[in-house]
Design a binder for this molecule. Structure first.
Ligand code: SAH
Length: 211
């Protein structure tokens, strides 16, 4: 079901499950998630679940997208945001409707090709994307006001932390598949970070190299 009713129901569910930022809820309600998945799964597009997108990868659960987006925006709307793990492109499209400029990196070329087609179809011109190993970040465009990782590693790669502005915000899943936490790190302006645990989550792994 891709109807307005299904989208409204998802928005209600997000609110019930603790999402507070109305901007984020409205954007998720109005973003056509069915455009980001295979036709065979369209009937499930507005369920609050992760879904397969091929190559062993998934489009994240809407609640997780909402929580991560809300966590990035809590201290003010960042201008320049880096995403590691473009996947379907859905999280990038949600963010692109809130911030000035998104830079997104994906290691699987075919996924990136499909995501770029969706960005064009939706008429979004503030997303730049790159086929590369996201563990390296996007050095030429650093620093970023905010960084979001949508794949989980044991720790945040140093190259990525180095590209966060001194008062920037980073949101990422960290840990093993059986024990993962969504964390937020906030630069204190003096080279240190304030770290918080936001929720238990389950993401695909952050891999090295390009696919
Ligand atoms: N943000 C995505 C979620 C995709 S799942 C969405 O909204 O659909 C995570 C993605 O991270 C996968 O596509 C995977 O290929 C990618 N990934 C994993 N390790 C990576 C790395 N080192 N560099 C770039 N992308 C990576």
């Amino acid at each position: 079901m891709t109807s307005q009713r299904a989208r409204d129901r998802l928005a209600t569910k997000l609110k019930e499950e603790g999402i507070r930022d109305q901007r984020v809820i409205d954007i998720i309600r109005n973003t056509p998630r069915h455009h980001f998945i295979d036709q065979a799964l369209h009937s499930r597009a507005y369920e609050n679940t992760a879904l397969p997108i091929g190559h062993g990868q998934t489009i994240s659960q809407p609640w997780v997208v909402a929580r991560m987006t809300e966590a990035l925006l809590e201290f003010g709307v960042p201008q320049k945001v880096l995403e590691i793990g473009t996947g379907s492109g859905y999280q990038a499209v949600v963010l692109a409707q809130l911030v000035s400029q998104i830079y997104t990196v994906e290691r699987i070329e075919e996924l990136l090709r499909q995501a770029r087609r969706r960005f064009r179809q939706l008429g979004l011109t503030n997303i730049r994307s790159r086929h590369d190993d996201g563990k390296l970040g996007w050095a030429d465009e650093a620093p970023f006001d905010a960084i979001i990782l949508t794949a989980a590693g044991d720790a945040i790669p140093h190259a990525i932390l180095d590209q966060l502005s001194p008062t920037g915000v980073l949101v990422a899943p960290v840990g093993s598949p059986s024990n993962q936490m969504l964390i937020r790190m906030r630069g204190d302006g003096q080279g240190d970070f304030i770290q918080e645990e936001l929720a238990a989550v389950s993401f695909v792994p952050l891999l090295g190299g390009i696919g």
